[in-house]
Design a protein around this ligand. Structure first.
Ligand code: CU
Length: 404
């Protein structure tokens, strides 16, 4: 009883554990969004509490596609694997696994394959819990024994009190002596070096209206080796924003990991000219990073390209100032579905392409999404509010003038 109370108390005091978004553990499901040619899919790998287990994998999408995804889960510990297939919005498939530790989820859609590394973690064996339980058990036995025999002498009460005190001390110490989950990676002492990024397209000179592959190669700034330790943040290992220089075209996609340190996505754009590409990602145990590149598209403009519905946002203050936060409210029609774990996203690029920022929106007053951000310097900014509604991704462009 006392232990239950003490533990409950500690749970309130103890800070919540750092989110380890690239792992499958008893705490949370792993959600990874990937942009395939057929559409964007969020793979959901359900939590496990023990191994062997059946790993339940399902697929979700804003805009459901009927295409099946072929799945394979592979243990990097012994190479064992199991396969299955899943359709968006349907029941999860169960893939048997036998180990904790590093795994890969291979996802195939048509001729595209993404290999998603992740770790299976289960609660570790905690030697302190046994000691604490033992101490409480001894104190309980001493007290109960004393009451039953009618001899609650001072030595017995003293021994019981000592056991309770020892148990409390151990319980208090436990958060600083946690058992690492089984299957966890060794902890690096410091953050990782910056990743150096190189963007390329195939073909080298894409044509309007024709599919091309945009590839991002990441190498470690220290060793020059491929960067293959991206953490999943906002439900994707990397967020890629591609804009035409004039801002008329925007693509916000989540590239596939095609090889260690290589991320690729198939794109099609309607307008020729220069395009700016930005990728946001996070190495494990390190901060976020934004890298950029550019490429050229030739050919004639496609007249049948879908046109975005411009937004007329409400700004507070009405004239934003560089270096001070501004609140931007964008009205939405109809109920908003979560996308990448948030109701809304706002991408902001300076007209010259030097700055790119990304803000997350909360539901504001009435049917509006509210974003708060700070512009770094005066000038004209291109902005795109994005949210999911009625089974599609809505992009609402607007511009903001920052005067001083
Ligand atoms: Cu994204």
């Amino acid at each position: 009883m006392f232990r239950v109370f003490a533990v409950a108390f500690l749970m309130v005091l103890a800070p919540p554990g750092l989110a380890q978004a690239h792992v499958v553990e008893s705490g949370a499901d792993l959600r990874v969004t990937q942009t395939f040619r057929a559409g964007e899919v969020t793979l959901v790998v359900a939590r496990v509490t023990q191994v062997p287990a059946s790993l339940r994998v399902s697929a979700q999408a804003i805009h459901p596609t009927s295409a099946a995804l072929e799945l394979e889960v592979r243990s990097l510990t012994d190479g064992s694997s199991s396969t299955g297939s899943v359709r968006v919005g349907e029941d999860p498939t169960a893939l048997p696994i036998g180990h904790t530790g590093p795994h890969e989820l291979h996802v195939r859609a048509g001729d595209e394959i993404s290999v998603i590394p992740f770790r299976v973690l289960v609660p570790g064996h905690d030697p302190w819990a046994m000691v604490t339980d033992g101490a409480f058990l001894i104190s309980g036995l001493l007290l109960v024994g004393g009451v039953l025999t009618g001899r609650l002498s001072r030595p017995i009460v003293g021994a019981a009190s000592a056991s309770v005190a020892a148990a409390i001390v151990l319980t208090v110490l436990q958060p600083s002596l946690p058992a690492p989950p089984e299957g966890a990676a060794p902890v690096a002492e410091v953050g990782r070096p910056y990743a150096q990024a190189r963007f390329s397209t195939l073909p080298v000179r894409p044509a309007t209206g024709a599919e091309f592959t945009l590839t991002l190669r990441l190498t470690d700034g220290s060793t020059g080796r491929p960067v293959d330790d991206l953490a999943v943040h906002h439900e994707a290992p990397a967020h890629l924003v591609v804009t035409s220089e004039d801002g008329a075209v925007l693509r916000h996609v989540h590239p596939l990991r095609t090889a260690p340190g290589v991320l690729a996505v198939r794109l099609r754009v309607p307008q020729p000219g220069r395009y700016l590409a930005y990728a946001e990602f996070e190495r494990q145990e390190s901060g976020g990073q934004l890298v950029s590149g550019a490429f050229e598209v030739s050919g004639a403009a496609q007249s049948d390209a879908p046109v975005h519905d411009p937004a007329e946002p409400r700004l507070t203050p009405a004239t934003p100032t560089a270096g001070s936060p501004v609140t931007i409210e964008v009205s939405v029609a109809g109920p908003v579905q979560p996308w990448l774990g948030m109701p809304g996203h706002l991408i902001v690029r300076s007209a010259d392409g030097v700055h790119l920022t990304h803000a997350h929106g909360m539901k504001g007053g009435g049917s509006a999404l509210r974003f708060t951000l700070t512009f770094p310097e005066r000038g004209r900014y291109l902005a795109w509010a994005q949210y999911a509604a009625e089974g599609r991704l809505v992009t609402r462009p607007f511009t903001v003038a920052v005067n001083r």
